[in-house]
Design a protein around this ligand. Structure first.
Ligand code: T1G
Length: 695
């Protein structure tokens, strides 16, 4: 086995190289290797200074997350870093691309820090439900002061080299040639006989009550139930009145505490499944088709959003509308989206001008799509309309062009089979606003060619989206599951819970929004249309939320009309007694005596409905693995990330207890509650959903 850390010398400079692809994570062999390399440097009488650097894509991506939850193996990272810091000769960290978590902590143990332009320097541990555990909370504030350090550890957001230089986190920004820059810096320091400069010997940071109060106020708004950011802040504050050894012990205790939390387990599950989701045997080794010219049909909110997403990532877009006025309107919508991107620093003004002047074309003639590599239609949700669009595309598009539909529920097989090239047809289900939302459902139809699927995944990556493979059914993965848990919520409303109680129970659980606030945001016309569409084959026992139909007929369409389930002033809604009256009447009409629901029961019923339908979706192979469901709900439906997704949540509850909940719900509502066969099988086999994610 080759060693992941090597030591060699050039002149008087010791070079310590870490090579442990893909991200130079600090697994046991790297930690041991660093220890040995520092020892070799100490023993090497010819060497006056050492440089630690990473081979490959980046400096160090942090601790090896896959070791979490396993028995710890010596040497410990905090001790390795202490030994680097205690080295009697100076050590430089030379960083490129990314120095994250334990990676930045290694650099903080060095005496001098050099970063190449564009390096991301950060302590992202809180995004994994933990906090820096190798001195990051103690050394950072000694360099940057309390406020900056608290901000870094609690947000997890990386800083740029420029910002890092300004706050004192690094000493120098290189030119971009890692080894040359590092050796030049080392030679300079040698020439000056620069001393070792351990951060632990620097004065403690000054306490700052205002900064502490400010960060707590921010976290009260942003942390939404996540516990690690505050723990990280407390560890940083400990640096103000403790020397390094005591501070490290305090940090360690907090770190261990966070390691035991279910939030840590949920977040690490989320991290790994987001990377696993694109790994599909059907596209393994398949070359995607070339993509540079994109066509979009329809310039409404969705079409304009899709066009914006593509333009922001450097793709050329031709957008087709029915007439010149509609095309102009679409252009305005896109310009507005780009303006918002400028405000979020995602685009420069020159970038916008170039896009509007060159890379975006609007047209009314489908013939303009003759060179398009991929066309995405985002027209009205109606099979006849979609088929007409596809017939046109079949006529004008070049051979090999991918023809995609953004439908959210229509049968893509039917669309595909209506044209001469079904193998080129795929569903690309974006979520509104399409240039912001992370999720993309890639809906693979019966005839879709594997390289079309591979191209869809490549496109998602280019657009910075998380793609999930879905099969064809009404609603695919996300909306199909949503319609089931939303039905469970409506049944609770009819039985006695208020929409407000349900929303509050679910936001307390960690959802970004509850189902009724979501409905108001999306527009109550959407739900109404869905109910109309499904009315023909509706089972008479299904609960129809008549109050929702009533709201629609009153023109109360949610946020956009100022009233829906809630009354809005701006984006903030307050419950409306009139809605309660409608619901009271609906219950009376149905002969129901309302009962009360605890928060816990609301959450458990809602989640049980979600998990049960998700189990069916997996069983029917609409989702190939439970992780595809988890990623869908996390990336597109506001599911609390620290709970890992509904399937992970179910595993952590214990599937048996969930099944027994469902059996008890079935006693008062036998029509709705039928445990999914997959769930029953897993319980019988004492297995978890996660056992189906392997491979
Ligand atoms: N440990 C183990 N595996 C990791 C890893 C890590 N830290 N980071 C990435 N991988 C795997 C990943 O699963 C994928 O595997 C492959 O590497 C490429 O990743 C003591 C407690 C570094 C910016 O939170 O943010 O340090 O799917 O596709 O887009 O305080 O990975 O190929 O099998 O994401 O180029 C803190 C997490 C750890 C950084 C690179 N560090 N990683 O992005 O590649 S906790 C982090 C990232 C810690 C100390 C503590 C990104 C990246 P596979 P990728 P990328």
């Amino acid at each position: 086995m080759t060693h992941p850390v090597t030591y060699e010398r050039e002149g008087r400079i010791g070079l310590i190289r870490i090579e442990n692809g893909p991200v130079n994570a600090l697994g046991q062999a790297v930690r041991a290797g660093l220890d040995a390399a520092i020892e070799a440097f100490i023993q090497d009488g010819e060497a006056g200074i050492a440089v630690i650097y990473g081979a490959g894509r980046l400096f160090i991506g942090g601790a090896d997350i896959s070791e979490f939850g396993k028995p710890p193996q010596d040497p410990w990272l905090p001790e390795v870093i202490n030994r680097i810091e205690a080295c009697p000769k100076p050590v430089i960290a030379a960083m490129h691309s990314a120095a994250l978590g334990g990676g930045l902590e290694v650099a903080l143990g060095c005496h001098y820090r050099l970063a190449m332009p564009g390096t991301k320097l950060g302590l992202p541990e809180v995004t994994l439900g933990i906090l820096p555990g190798a001195g990051g909370t103690q050394r950072t504030p000694r360099l940057t002061g309390l406020a900056k350090a608290m901000e870094m550890v609690s947000s997890g957001a990386p800083v740029t080299p420029e910002a890092a230089l300004e706050i004192g986190l690094i000493d120098r920004i290189g030119t971009g040639d890692l080894l040359e820059d590092a050796k030049a810096y080392a030679s300079e320091l040698l020439a000056q006989a620069a001393p070792v400069r351990p951060v632990s010997a620097m004065p403690r940071p000054a306490a700052d009550a205002t900064a502490s109060a400010t960060i707590r106020a921010t976290l009260a708004k942003t942390a939404r139930g996540l516990v690690s950011p505050l723990a990280a802040v407390e560890a940083v504050e400990a640096a103000c009145d403790q020397d390094l050894p005591e501070g490290l012990a305090f940090e360690r205790a907090k770190f261990q505490e966070m390691m035991q939390t279910p939030q840590r387990e949920g977040l690490i599950h989320a991290f790994f499944i987001e990377r696993k989701v694109a790994r599909l045997p059907e596209i393994d080794g398949i070359e995607p088709r070339t993509l540079s010219q994109i066509g979009v049909i329809g310039g409404g909110t969705m079409g304009a959003g899709i066009a914006t997403a593509a333009l922001l990532r450097g793709l050329s877009v031709t957008l087709i509308e029915q007439d010149g006025a509609a095309a102009e309107k679409a252009r305005d919508t896109i310009a507005g989206n780009l303006g918002a991107a400028i405000r979020r620093s995602k685009l420069t003004e020159e970038g916008r001008d170039a896009i509007l002047g060159r890379t975006l074309a609007t047209a009314t003639d489908y013939g303009e799509l003759k060179n398009a590599d991929l066309v995405i239609e985002a027209v009205f949700e109606d099979m006849a309309v979609k088929k007409a669009v596809f017939a046109e595309l079949d006529r004008v598009c070049k051979p090999g062009a991918i023809l995609a539909t953004n439908t959210s529920y229509l049968d893509i097989n039917e669309i595909a089979n209506s044209i001469s090239r079904p193998a080129d047809v795929i569903g690309l289900h974006f979520f509104s606003p399409a240039h912001v939302m992370k999720l993309l459902e890639v809906v693979v139809a019966d005839e879709t060619a594997p390289d079309v699927t591979a191209t869809a995944f490549a496109l998602a990556k280019r657009l910075g989206k998380v793609a999930v493979r879905a099969g064809v059914c009404d609603g695919f993965i996300g909306n199909r599951i949503l319609s089931h848990y939303r039905a469970a919520a409506d049944r609770m409303v009819l039985a006695g819970a208020s929409p407000f109680e349900i929303d509050r129970a679910l936001t307390d659980f960690g959802f970004a929004m509850g189902p009724y606030a979501v409905a108001d945001l999306a527009g109550l016309d959407i739900g109404y249309m869905t109910r109309q569409r499904k009315a023909a084959d509706r089972d008479p026992q299904e609960v129809v939320p008549v109050w929702a139909d009533e709201l629609y007929h009153l023109g109360r369409l949610g946020q956009k009309t100022g009233r829906g389930y809630y009354i809005y002033e701006g984006r903030k809604g307050t419950p409306d007694p009139e809605v309660d009256e409608m619901i009271v009447k609906a219950r009376a009409d149905a002969g129901i005596t309302p009962r009360t629901f605890t928060k816990d029961e609301i959450v458990r019923r809602y989640m049980a409905a979600m998990v049960n339908e998700a189990a069916r979706v997996v069983e029917e192979e609409i989702a190939q693995r439970p992780l595809d469901v988890d990623v869908t709900l996390l990336a597109g439906y506001g599911f609390p990330r620290y709970r890992g997704g509904p399937m992970k949540w179910a595993d952590m509850q214990g599937l048996e207890s969930l099944l027994s909940d469902m059996e008890s719900y079935a006693q008062d509502d036998p029509y709705f509650w039928h445990p999914a066969p997959l769930l029953m099988r897993l319980v019988a086999e004492e297995q978890t959903f996660d056992s189906l994610n392997a491979g």
